[in-house]
Ligand binder design. Structure first.
Ligand SMILES: *Cc1c(COP(=O)(O)O)cnc(C)c1O
Length: 301
């Protein structure tokens, strides 16, 4: 196909966008990328750092005993939602790696329990953060005590509080699955706005878990906009916003701390002489942004 470059593209020297339109691989390096110390203060006006990634990991740890009780599949790991790091040497040739060109691994997030996708990280984190905030507001947890047993949040009194709130999200599938399953397991009302291309089995699984599925004729963006508008009318509704949520991003970023440990356990050094290359599938961008943010903070530039 001949390449079509609009005058506007030429004006903006928008080469990567033109390459994308021609379906060619391209590399875009963010000219606004900050060095690590400054990046800690540069995300959308919010000041985030490795500290926030560690707080997200600590939140998952506080909730682990509760999650173990709520999801039988987490009994084997004591409520920890994590994935193995698998050697992928048989993919070396397909990836174009010659002998001596480093090792290839798969961080097997497709196997993450509960949600079955990377959305278990960001999506479940946001539901837990909301549950924790409401539990503190309603006196179900003690502020700053550090001694609370989060299993108490499965008690009828706590579930009655959560049942007054709706967690809503727009999704083509996996985000809705992780948010819907986690929210309804904790006792929230859960509403997932799905676009026409969402898979039928995902809708069915959500309905089985007591989640309300609202089907929208249009695409993903339409489902998100409709869900966002509906939730904005209701003070007891929390809309998980894939395009703007800091809680999602930080939940994803916590993967970096676990991966750092797995690399260490596998005897893999990461430093200036042995750089880590991470290949991530990207949709809206929250998952890869969070994970790369976390890795850069945890492992260095
Ligand atoms: C959501 C998702 C991604 C991409 O995450 P974004 O935050 O949308 O960029 C990649 N792989 C799978 C399986 C996903 O569900």
């Amino acid at each position: 196909m001949p390449s079509v470059v609009s005058p506007q593209d030429r004006l903006q020297d928008d080469a990567p966008a033109a390459q994308l339109r021609r379906a060619e691989p391209c590399l875009w390096l963010n000219p606004h990328r900050q060095p690590i110390p400054a990046a800690r203060q540069a995300v959308a006006g919010d000041h985030i750092s490795l500290d926030d990634t560690e707080k997200a990991a600590a939140r998952f740890a506080r909730f682990a005993p509760l999650l173990e009780g709520v999801f039988p599949e987490l009994q084997a790991t004591g409520g920890v939602i994590e994935s193995p790091l698998l050697p992928a040497s048989s993919l070396r040739a397909a990836a174009g790696l010659a002998a001596g060109q480093g090792a290839l691994w798969i961080k097997a997030d497709h196997r993450l329990p509960v949600a079955g996708s990377i959305k278990a990280r960001g999506g479940i984190h946001e539901v837990l953060e909301l549950a924790e905030r409401l539990a503190l507001q309603h006196g179900l947890l003690t502020p700053r005590s550090g001694a609370d047993d989060y299993r108490a949040l499965a008690n009828p009194a706590a579930r009655a509080v959560f049942a007054r709130y709706t967690v809503a999200v727009g999704s083509t599938g996996n985000l809705g699955l992780s948010i819907g399953v986690a929210a309804s397991a904790l006792g929230f009302r859960a509403v997932v706005h799905m676009s026409a291309d969402a898979k039928e089995w995902k809708k069915q699984r959500l309905r089985q878990r007591g989640v309300q599925v609202v089907e929208h004729a249009g695409d993903y963006e339409g489902a998100v906009a409709a869900g966002r508008a509906q939730a904005a009318q209701d003070p007891f509704s929390h809309f998980v916003d894939d395009e703007r949520s800091l809680s999602l991003l930080l939940g994803y970023s916590a993967a970096a701390l676990h991966l750092r440990q797995q690399l260490q356990d596998a005897g893999i050094a990461v430093d200036a002489q042995h750089p880590l290359f991470v290949y991530l599938p990207c949709g809206v961008g929250g998952a890869p942004a969070g994970i790369t943010f976390g890795l850069r903070q945890a492992l260095g530039a």
